[in-house]
Design a protein around this ligand. Structure first.
Ligand code: GAL
Length: 469
């Protein structure tokens, strides 16, 4: 059984589905720029057209209705609404597009969960330093207020920033996501810091100005694998798994849910490593100052993106240079009993979600939790009768039920990633997470439900009313 008002959803993100990258006055984003550079994305692909949801939204809506979800998670393209990133110039056609999406959803009795930032910073703001610049927090807050003001009469669930960990690490440390920088061991911490400041400013704006009338809830979506010690009886491995959790989830969840500051273990490890390498200067992990908005308490629920698990032991650094991997001193390995399905990083470990949910309950003061992403990919030979993905969803949803009933975790909703096959960042269209297949060789980009989509629809139908039918 699931709670009667449990949110059953599916998710997408603007850059991954919309296309229309220059349509009707939209400004460029860092993902437009990144994909247009050679050698960045698989097969030199890009999201110029993607699923063309900018023109084919009605087709997406049909898919959403076919699944019977109660909720749909989408993101807004900042540069479609505010082409240069600032409220000096509003693109009314962009506003109309999202108004239609939101109104159509509500007319079909589907509640929108809206993410303000899913990786696609307006390029104009990147040119001014992007997330490394402290001023970005105020610019994000203005954008957020604009969105609350424009759409908040109808949108009641907001995510400010999706996966700050991924934005910071993949975008500024590993360089495999936009903006493609590899400033190892420094920039990602600064970016994460400014994302937390930006998120907190937006939450405070909502809380004081919009919440009284709009009565919605705001959080940020945090990604984490479940990390467990390679050897459960080895103290070093146990400590390494704890460090990994701190460097992934704790980095953002600790300030927001526990202390208003970073996990102690993170700062200690980073500063010890700086000292060892004779790095001069202030701590690479910035500190919050009294001028910053209070970070503690700036989430009305916990939003978790979970995909996979890792076994952990000490090690796995980058030699005598600075990098996050050396700071965290946690080497991640796969358990050979975990099947890899589709993309190489995705070991299928449904029980890891239950463990992570219990960890969140115990560590972050028993918050309401929405699982805002969870999914399974296909690569290569595609199967419309994707039985493995069907099993994956069934097993995972069973683990969520156990987390609720046996562990007492307050899980409020589950969003499958993704509604349909889409532009999977650096992997382009080669990795498919959809519940609907998209034929990218067809001019109409036809959407066709996979077997897993039909199965998910059945699960939703069965549990939607609270009682299994
Ligand atoms: C997440 C991201 C999504 C999606 C997913 C699958 O990190 O938020 O946009 O791509 O991973 O890799």
């Amino acid at each position: 059984m699931f709670p009667r008002d449990f949110a059953w959803g599916a998710g997408t993100a603007a850059y991954q589905i919309e296309g229309g990258w220059q349509a009707d006055g939209k400004g460029p984003s860092i993902w437009d720029a990144f994909c247009h550079e050679n050698g960045r994305v698989f097969g030199e692909q890009n999201g110029d057209v993607a699923c063309n949801s900018y023109e084919l939204w009605e087709k997406d809506l049909e898919c959403i209705q076919q699944l019977g979800v109660t909720h749909y998670r989408l993101s807004l393209s900042w540069a479609r609404l505010l082409p240069d990133g600032t409220t000096r110039h509003v693109n009314q056609t962009g506003v109309q597009y999202y108004n239609k999406v939101i109104d159509d959803l509500l007319a079909c009795d589907v509640s929108p969960m809206v993410t303000l930032y899913h990786f696609d910073l307006p390029q104009t703001l990147q040119d001014q330093g992007g997330w490394k610049s402290p001023g970005i927090a105020t610019l994000f807050d203005s954008y957020a207020k604009f969105c609350f003001q424009t759409f908040g009469d109808r949108v009641k669930l907001w995510i400010t920033i999706n996966e700050p960990h991924v934005c910071a690490k993949l975008g500024y440390e590993d360089g495999i996501h936009a903006p493609g920088l590899k400033e190892k061991g420094t920039a990602a911490y600064l970016v994460g810091h400014n994302m937390l400041r930006a998120h907190a400013m937006a939450w405070h704006s909502y809380n004081s100005v919009y919440r009284p009338q709009q009565k919605g809830a705001v959080s940020l979506a945090l990604n984490s694998d479940w990390f467990e010690p390679s050897d459960q009886h080895c103290n070093e491995d146990i400590a390494a798994a704890e460090r990994d959790l701190a460097f992934t989830l704790g980095w953002f969840a600790w300030p927001v849910f526990v202390t208003g500051d970073y996990p102690e273990v993170m700062r200690t490890a980073i500063d010890a490593r700086s000292a060892k390498l004779r790095y001069n200067g202030a701590s690479r992990l910035p500190s919050f100052s009294s001028d910053d908005p209070a970070i503690l308490g700036t989430a009305d629920f916990f939003a978790l993106n979970y995909y996979t698990s890792r076994k952990v032991k000490p090690g796995g650094g980058c030699g005598e240079t600075l990098c996050i991997k050396s700071d965290r001193d946690a080497e991640e390995v796969l358990d050979s009993s975990w099947p890899i399905c589709g993309v190489s990083w995705l070991a299928v470990v449904p029980y890891g979600l239950r463990k992570l949910l219990k960890y969140i309950k115990d560590t972050f003061n028993n918050p309401e939790v929405y699982i805002t992403e969870n999914g399974f990919s296909q690569v290569g030979q595609l199967q419309m009768e994707d039985v493995q993905r069907c099993e994956f969803y069934k097993d995972t949803i069973m683990e969520v039920a156990k987390a609720i009933h046996q562990d007492g975790v307050n899980v409020r909703g589950y969003f499958a990633w993704s509604l349909m096959d889409n532009f999977e960042w650096a992997d382009g269209f080669s990795v498919r997470f959809g519940l609907f297949h998209v034929d990218f060789s067809d001019a109409k980009l036809r959407r066709t439900i996979y077997r897993s989509g039909r199965e998910y629809a059945k699960i939703i139908e069965k549990y939607k009313s609270g009682q299994p039918k």
